[in-house]
Design a protein around this ligand. Structure first.
Ligand code: NAP
Ligand code: ZN
Length: 347
């Protein structure tokens, strides 16, 4: 077994603290990755605090992982020692169901082995995430990291990047379309960068007036402060696509009213309470409400290559792991520009 250091929480109310555990020896098709950077996703906070009511403890969060391959199994062909490697929100899946065989492993119908707060394919062994010194991965669930990008800015692409890229592609967002992004956080700021790179006319809907200048630098054409619902009225029936990346409960009906005929609002934010939708918010204009969860391995690799080609990475605040509890509090307050990323050297 491989002795591994990390940070874990022991219950929904504990702080994260130093934690030692063991990873398995790599199998013939597995790699050991020395973790360099790990992003701090709001999902880490929801799960550390059991806000989705599915938490397993001790929990080592972290699913935006970039590192370097330190060891390869005898049959590994895609990686060699010293290569950069990435890990996103899952480490394995059944590989046999229709969704897995179509490259949509994240929707595996049998068992998705989440990177943390989950179990391996035996459905028993707990998984531990990226707030740790190393991880052992099947090479086929490991992403290749393109050269030339700042690695701390690449880490958040493994969740925030793919979660926003995938619905933009699925709903074929294209040049000239009017796109709204609700919530300028880790996901939202990637949504702005990606939609702008696809030629969309981007509007940010935010509760934070102080983020306007940043939003424009990230590529937004318009910025709307949502505290006053009257500010949305002139925008009714005008958007092709809206991505909702808000982490807390809020009124969806007000945003559905902004969609033009057959427009679509995609929920990626996952607040703990159910959302209320009025029938007429959808019936009017034949509107669509959809959801989306991360993306498969093939599309995640496509997104990484797309980001390299368009020179897109996340705007980050790099922190030592010792500041993780404070980073959670600041993320909840929307006080991060725009993703905390842990420098794992500090561990
Ligand atoms: P984040 O960095 O904390 O950003 C969330 C943003 O939502 C904040 O920056 C803030 O933006 C806005 N917001 C926060 N509280 C609000 C409130 N009470 N009312 C209105 N707006 C509020 O979070 P994140 O990491 O981007 O994650 C966002 C959500 O997506 C989380 O629920 C997370 O679990 C979920 N998620 C889903 C997937 C998926 O696969 N679907 C993947 C990753 C994460 P403003 O300051 O601009 O208002
Ligand atoms: Zn995430």
């Amino acid at each position: 077994m491989l002795p591994t250091r990390g940070y874990a929480t022991q219950s929904s109310t504990d702080k994260l603290e130093s934690f030692s555990f063991e990873r398995r020896e790599p199998g013939a098709r597995e790699v050991v990755i020395e973790i360099l950077f790990c992003g701090v996703c709001h999902s880490d906070i929801h799960q550390a605090r059991n806000e989705w009511d599915n938490s397993i403890y001790p929990m080592v969060p972290g699913h935006e992982i970039v590192g370097r391959v330190a060891q390869v199994g005898a049959e590994v062909t895609r990686f060699k020692e010293g290569d950069l490697a990435g890990v996103g929100c899952f480490v394995d899946s059944c590989r046999a169901c229709a969704n897995c065989t179509e490259g949509e492993e994240h929707y595996c119908v049998k068992h998705l082995a989440s990177t943390y707060n989950g179990t391996e394919m035996d459905e028993q062994t707990p998984t531990y995430g990226g707030y740790s010194s190393q991880i052992v991965m099947d090479e086929n669930y490991t992403l290749k990291i393109p050269d030339g990008l700042p690695l701390e800015g690449v880490a958040p692409l493994l969740c925030a990047g793919i979660t926003t890229y995938s619905p933009l592609r699925r709903f074929k967002v294209s040049a000239g379309q009017r796109v709204g992004i609700i919530g300028l956080g880790g996901l939202g700021h990637m949504g702005v960068k990606l939609a702008a790179s696809m030629g969309a006319e981007v509007t940010v809907f935010s509760t934070s007036p102080s983020k306007e200048e940043d939003a424009r630098k990230l590529g937004a054409n318009h910025f709307v402060v949502t505290k006053d619902p009257a500010s949305l009225e002139p925008l009714a029936n005008s958007f092709d696509f809206i991505l909702d990346a808000v982490s807390a409960s809020h009124d969806l009906n007000m945003y559905l009213g902004l969609l033009r005929r057959e427009g679509v609002l995609v929920l990626v934010g996952a607040p703990e309470k159910p959302v209320e939708v009025q029938a007429f918010s959808l019936i009017t204009n034949g509107r669509n409400l959809a959801g989306s969860m991360i993306g498969g391995i093939r599309e995640t690799q496509e997104m990484l290559d797309y980001c390299a080609e368009h020179n897109i990475t996340s705007d980050v605040e790099v922190i030592p792991i010792q500041q993780i509890n404070e980073a959670y509090e600041r993320t909840i307050k929307g006080d991060v520009r725009y993703r905390f990323v842990i420098d794992m050297k500090s561990l």
